[in-house]
Design a protein around this ligand. Structure first.
Ligand SMILES: [Mg+2]
Length: 254
């Protein structure tokens, strides 16, 4: 059976292709492989050779310390307030908001994005019930926003829609896995139990590797009568007490 750690190692090459900005993350992941392999080697050696037991114990401790300090996953441990909660991974564009460089008459807010030497104004409209959806689910789930967008834009939008600090972590394009020309959000890299992790995303390619964890949601542009987030909230309320979200989604979405 493939372990989560193996999945991470298998994805290193895919992640390394994304772009130059991910150099630091590539370096972190390479160190993670090195630390894990060395630790295993040392543990086996300890069992075979008692004479060098003391030396190996010292080395093993050394690599354990290295491993503890290496971030294996995209997310840190759950905050104390969220311990034991299921994790809800939310997409941003066309799931919670719609943004446009062209003026939107009834935009909720605008953000300024600098591309090259030029400043651009981006008009942002929140999906109907987005505030309710985040506020209510923020108490029930550990909320993560995972977007394939550029953080220079996405961070500003999240700041505006999450004024109560409900979102516990933000992941961006560099955190995606490049699969052919697509950006895939690989849930196995999060560092969360997949039986307790759900992704809500309007783009099926985003959850290509974990369809069984997904709640598909219609793409939203400007329909003022859209009630998809309300429906999604009701489904998430029903899933909350159930142990395995994969089984729950499979039965409740039929
Ligand atoms: Mg989207």
């Amino acid at each position: 059976m493939t372990t989560t750690k193996n999945l991470i190692l298998n994805n290193i090459n895919k992640r390394s292709k994304i772009n130059d900005q991910s150099k630091n993350k590539k370096q972190t992941l390479f160190q993670c492989c090195f630390g894990a392999k060395q630790l295993k080697k040392i543990t086996n050696k300890k069992n075979k050779n008692n004479k060098s037991k003391k030396k190996n114990a010292s080395l093993s401790k050394h690599y354990e310390n290295i491993e503890e300090n290496i971030q294996l996953y995209l997310l840190s441990s759950q905050l104390e307030a969220d311990k034991g909660k299921k994790t809800l991974v939310l997409d941003l564009d066309e799931t919670l908001v719609h943004s446009s460089f062209d003026p939107i008459g009834n935009a909720d807010f605008t953000v300024q994005v600098t591309i090259g030497n030029e400043n651009h104004q981006v008009y942002v409209k929140k999906r109907p019930n987005a505030d309710f959806f985040l506020q209510r689910l923020g108490n029930l789930y550990e909320i993560i926003i995972f977007t394939a967008s550029d953080p220079r834009y996405a961070n500003q939008v999240i700041d505006r829609i999450d004024t109560s600090n409900i979102v516990k972590a933000r992941l961006f394009r560099d955190d995606c896995v490049q699969h052919f020309s697509f950006f895939v959000k690989d849930l196995s890299l999060l560092g969360r139990d997949l039986k307790s992790t759900i992704i809500v995303d309007n783009s099926p390619v985003s959850y290509l590797f974990h369809k069984e964890n997904a709640i598909p949601i219609k793409t939203w542009i400007d329909d003022p009568n859209d009630d998809e987030l309300l429906k999604c909230f009701q489904l998430l309320e029903r899933i909350l007490p159930l142990q395995n979200v994969i089984h729950a989604l499979s039965s409740l979405q039929k």
